[in-house]
Design a protein around this ligand. Structure first.
Ligand code: F6R
Ligand code: MG
Ligand code: MG
Length: 373
């Protein structure tokens, strides 16, 4: 009897998935990551695993971003886990500097760790839950795009019956979901439920530069998805914490099926980012191997790593876009890339003035001012 109680307790123990990422240096330029950096990160996380700080880990890269996927029992926002990620980024930055990689340490905006990496440059998506009988989930990682990139697919996955047939025919999904939306330039957050508040939701998230989906919950309050979206922090005179986002989505048995989660990416929708973070371009789904944005520093990329959790162990990854059924999306993305590129420096390829990461406008206006007769 006693043993049985113990068994139940172990079963209820929560697991946390933390995906923490940073661009600590590009190889070559901003196009990819150096293999030695990944090896170094793996060695450091293997040490942390041996010391039982984390249960398991997977290190990968999407373009110039170093991605740390970790499972552990410390909960979200745990100082030890964020501290570990910060240490990995610092050590990898030191190596990146030695190799003179491009923009070494570009996402580490502070010299010292303050307890939580949020607002210090790196991106973070974390969720804590009780592991189900079988727990499939996908980690999406983007490069050369802003966090608003997930609004469109998250809406399709959890609220659009033309994408997710489960919303119509699976009794356990028929109630719909709840979306947590952040107004990223202020402190305001909203919870909106679908299908009943679908139009209200769309008027917000259709503006992906202002309103971003942070998380999705079942109507019972179970976490289903979480993104690395965060309020933008004004550091060093500019807003940070907005580039190259990650997203975790749990799947199956009352949540969208793996195929329903991947389906929106068959349409390479336009996102902000690409060259100099100042252009609209199609989000191209590729295998991890092909996530090395090179043409005009792009086009923007998304990769998807699938895992099964087994008592906290990450069984995987499976490279989900390494599949010919996404060939057409890649072809379409290239076609759209051609079309957008043909606009050169004109909107709507180039972003509107307030959204551009680089600008010469103040200097140009000043120079012209001096010429007014
Ligand atoms: C986009 C990106 C690149 C750079 C571009 C210029 O997110 O990182 O497109 O903006 O290569 O880089 P710098 O200014 O470092 O020469
Ligand atoms: Mg870079
Ligand atoms: Mg990047």
């Amino acid at each position: 009897m006693k043993q049985e109680t113990k068994k139940t307790e172990v079963k209820q123990e929560k697991i946390t998935i933390s995906v923490i990422k940073a661009d600590i240096g590009g190889y070559v330029g901003h196009s990819s990551s150096h293999p030695e950096i990944l090896e170094k990160a793996r060695a450091l996380l293997a040490k942390a695993q041996k010391e039982k700080l984390i249960v398991d880990f997977c290190v990968t890269s999407c373009g110039d971003d170093l991605e740390l996927i970790m499972s552990h029992r410390k909960g979200c926002d745990a100082k030890q886990i964020h501290g570990l990620a910060w240490e990995v980024f610092e050590e990898c930055t030191a190596l990146a500097k030695k190799l003179k990689l491009y923009g070494a340490g570009q996402d580490l905006l502070s010299d010292s760790f303050s307890g939580n990496v949020k607002g210090m440059g790196p991106g973070v998506a974390e969720m804590e839950f009780v592991e189900r009988k079988s727990e499939p989930f996908i980690v999406f990682m983007g490069d050369k795009c802003a966090p608003g990139a997930w609004n469109f697919p998250l809406f399709k996955i959890f609220a659009d019956p033309f994408n997710t047939i489960g919303l119509i025919i699976d009794p356990s999904m028929h109630d719909g979901f709840k979306f947590e939306v952040h107004d990223i330039k202020s402190d305001k957050n909203f919870i909106l439920a679908t299908p009943e508040e679908m139009y209200d939701l769309l008027v917000l998230i259709g503006s992906a530069e202002n309103y971003i989906i942070k998380a999705v919950y079942t109507k019972k309050g179970e976490i289903a998805a979480v993104s690395s979206t965060q309020k933008l922090y004004l550091i060093a005179g500019r807003y940070v914490g907005k580039d190259d986002p990650v997203l975790i989505v749990r799947s199956q048995a009352g949540l969208p099926a793996i195929g329903e989660i991947l389906e929106p990416f068959a349409f390479p929708h336009l996102v902000t980012g690409w060259m100099r973070g100042s252009h609209y371009g199609p989000l191209m789904p590729t295998s991890q191997k092909q996530a090395n944005p090179s043409r005009f520093d792009g086009p923007p990329r998304v990769i998807a790593y699938g895992f099964q959790l087994a008592n906290g162990k990450l069984i995987g990854p499976r490279d989900m876009f390494d599949d010919p059924s996404f060939d057409y999306a890649r072809y379409e993305a290239n076609r759209i890339a051609n079309y957008m590129r043909a606009h050169g420096p004109f909107e709507p390829h180039r972003l509107p003035l307030p959204e551009m990461e680089y600008t010469t406008l103040p200097e140009v206006l000043k120079k012209l001012q001096e010429r007014i007769k």
